[in-house]
Design a binder for this molecule. Sequence first.
Ligand code: ATP
Ligand code: MG
Length: 295
Amino acid sequence: MPPVIKPSDNQLNLADIDAVKVIGKGSGGIVQLVRHKWTGQFFALKVIQVNVLESVRRQIARELKINQCSQCPFLVVCYQCFYDNGAISIVLEYMDGGSLADLLKKVRTIPEPHLAAICKQVLQGLIYLHHEKHIIHRDLKPSNILINHRGEVKISDFGVSVILTKSSGQRDTFIGTYNYMSPERISGGNHGYISDIWSLGLVMLECATGQFPYPPADNFFELLQAVVEQPSPCPPPDRFSQEFCSFVSACLQKNPNDRQSAGALLKHPFLSMYDSQNVDLGAYLTNAGSPLATF
Ligand code: ATP
Ligand code: MG
């Protein structure tokens, strides 16, 4: 058996992988489970159709390279990317539990102890992105947080929203959902790392209650108005611990200056209050709903 492929090898070739099945669809394209012919390794192959100039393509390739050399256990590993025939193909680490969005469809809500264990890992990914790589994720949402049977939780698609924006040909078009955007960002103001923390707060709240925290909006302006003008959403205090409510509130401060950084949030009491329970996240994610393995 040939040695397993590592992200730094640069030896993956599209001709050497077989498609197994389609595992997801996003606004940019499809995601397939693929298997490497010689090593038997599984990967997720994401294909994004792009229509851009050579110079923009080179820039996109450079940005994906940054992702490729990220060495952080809380980010989905990018093994390689190719440009071929109007499409960018990205070979990613395969996360056999899919995304938090997929998990929520099966379990509806995630109990606080498990949510604390998940959140700790997401925060460590954000700390790495923000403090070490100086990258704003810009599109943190349940479908961009991936899980596996080992109980690992990893952030994906960091930088991809920028790529999609660039490939759409206009500077500031955004493709995807506005749902998780912070008040300062959705209203077109300056936004920074701390905007990702707002998104994290909404994700945690959605995972805990099983519902997106704002009422369904018919259009962008309704959502904008709700996010900017209404008080921040919060968990019903009779159903959740005071620590969880306090954590969500620390994330969902409407004024970005009042919001806590990823580093500060990692020390929040919510994240350690269930430590003595020794939650087995791997077992939880594996047994949640139907079996996890998507092949
Ligand atoms: P959008 O394109 O609007 O941001 P999205 O994040 O759901 O939405 P994709 O990133 O293309 O779109 O992912 C689609 C789905 O594919 C995800 O919800 C997830 O179920 C699955 N998926 C993506 N990447 C992987 C991966 N590395 N391993 C396993 N499943 C994945
Ligand atoms: Mg995604």
